[in-house]
Design a binder for this molecule. Structure first.
Ligand SMILES: *Cc1c(COP(=O)(O)O)cnc(C)c1O
Length: 480
């Protein structure tokens, strides 16, 4: 048998000669600190509170749960166990409360993964490439590839033509998709609409790419007239484009057909552009609404699509799905010998539990189940938008979207209670499968009731949000 040449001296001693005597001679005190606890770092002049504030304006520690060291007799008295159990019980309580009043983030909180509890005792890790076994055997690649195949079918690409993996989140999908584009066109210019997710611009900074921010229409869709002007100004360089399937704030879906047409009209043939579709929000919803020009499909000349797993799909841990064309991945991958694995993922170790959760929910619901949920969300979003309109509150709902944009509530306490995410004068509710009509009614009653007190004395006025939602959707004093 040929043993691999292991460079490190110590490993050779143990594995090749097996001289256990070496271990007995080993002096532990030479490498282990006698005092297990490092000293507590205190502020130099005793001005502890201020010190923290100064380091960073937001580094607030007031709500932190201090890690307490076990007492010598804890095991005997059980005090520590009781303390930890009470902390966790209180935490669980607060999670239940916060889950009940959640509307602003696009997370589907409606799921039951009880059957998977038995797996939490395993350290499941899909390190490296999903299609190549590594030497680490406690993995879930069989689930991962099953999930990828499901998405490949959804986005219409043959099994032998795609490559993909389950990421840690939608952001990782964007970082990967844009990197694949950059490897295909090293001197390419990145184009993304202003309302694209910040991870797209983060990618541009990380990879030091030239980046053109393209204007948006009121709806939040990319403005292809401005896109064309910017393409023509960079005619000599290939184009890498981020196309949104649901923008974060307005849920706007870019018109993929118009984007491709604009590229062609500007002299960019399909060997000079790469399109990444950011479907973090609606990547799973879009295929179920029949609007051909906007539907994501690999039958159109796109390079990659990503989606978040913890948004519409309702995975209890952050994750995402990334699918690209096999041909692109070869340019990106390099061999890493010790994993015996291709290295085309952004991360090394990868969450092996997430693919099982995705597989579980996909298998339970299937295409039909998701279709039903998509329709329910679109219907409930329409309900919310109509009720806001009836109450005289400025609001907008894009076609193909379940994100309802409306005037920012005056009271920050109200914003916090419903966990709304706000930008300038607007706020939004993202209607996910866990957002029922009853929940929307509770919210609407709360909003309408409180709002009448905010504006009752006529001193404050509801904000004008025509610039965000268009004057036809604005119900401020001068637009209604
Ligand atoms: C949420 C979101 C992302 C980022 O996804 P994470 O899973 O939060 O990293 C990217 N793009 C859009 C449009 C999003 O809504």
């Amino acid at each position: 048998m040929n043993l691999p040449a292991i460079v490190s001296g110590r490993n050779c001693l143990f594995t090749l000669t097996g001289r256990l005597a070496e271990i007995e001679d080993f002096d532990l005190s030479a490498v282990v600190q006698p005092e297990p606890l490092p000293p507590i770092v205190t502020a130099g002049n005793g001005d502890k509170q201020n010190d923290r504030e100064i380091v960073s304006g937001r580094n607030v520690h007031t709500t932190c749960l201090e890690v307490t060291e076990p007492e010598a007799n804890d095991e005997f008295t059980g005090d520590k166990d009781a303390y930890m159990a009470s902390v966790l019980a209180r935490y669980r309580e607060s999670l239940m409360e916060r889950t009940k009043y959640h509307l602003g983030y696009p997370f589907n909180l409606d799921f039951d993964y009880g059957a998977l509890g038995q797996l939490q005792h395993f350290s499941i890790n899909n390190l490296g490439d999903p299609f190549i076994e590594s030497n680490y055997g406690v993995h879930s690649r069989q689930f991962e590839v099953g999930v990828l195949d499901w998405f490949a079918r959804l986005w219409e690409i043959e099994k032998n033509e795609y490559w993909g993996y389950i990421t840690n989140c939608g952001t990782e999908g964007n970082l990967h998709g844009i990197l694949v584009g950059r490897e295909a066109f090293p001197n390419g210019v990145l184009y993304a609409s202003r309302e694209s997710h910040y991870s797209v611009f983060k990618a541009a900074r990380m990879y030091r790419m030239d980046c053109e921010k393209v204007d948006c229409l009121i709806s939040g869709e990319i403005d292809c007239a401005d896109f064309k002007a910017k393409l023509l100004a960079n005619k000599d360089k290939p184009a890498i484009i981020n196309v949104n399937m649901g923008t974060t704030v307005k849920g706007a879906v870019d018109d993929l057909v118009l984007v491709i047409q604009t590229l062609e009209e500007s002299g960019f043939s399909d060997d000079r552009f790469y399109i990444h579709c950011d479907g973090a929000l609606f990547g799973l919803m879009m295929p179920f609404v029949k609007r051909a020009p906007k539907v994501i499909t690999f039958k159109k000349p796109i390079g990659s699509v990503s989606v978040s797993g913890h948004k519409f799909m309702g995975c209890p841990m952050p994750c995402g799905v990334q699918i690209t064309r096999m041909e692109h991945i070869n340019a990106l991958s390099r061999n890493v010998e010790y994993l015996a694995s291709r290295d085309a993922t952004m991360m090394g170790s990868r969450n092996g539990h997430a693919p099982i959760f995705l597989w579980y929910t996909l298998s339970r619901k299937g295409y039909k189940g998701f279709q039903k949920e998509v329709h329910k969300c679109l219907r409930n979003a329409r309900y919310l938008k109509d009720r806001l309109h009836d109450a005289g509150i400025s609001s907008m709902l894009n076609e193909l979207s379940s994100t309802v944009v409306f005037e920012r509530p005056l009271d920050e306490e109200f914003v916090r209670r419903w966990q709304l995410s706000c930008q300038g004068n607007i706020a939004h509710v993202v209607v996910m499968p866990s957002v029922t009509i009853e929940k929307l009614d509770d919210f609407l009653n709360d909003l309408v009731g409180k709002r009448s007190t905010w504006y009752q004395d006529g001193e404050a006025q509801p904000p004008c949000i025509a610039a965000d939602v268009g004057s036809e959707n604005c119900a401020c004093a001068s637009h209604k």
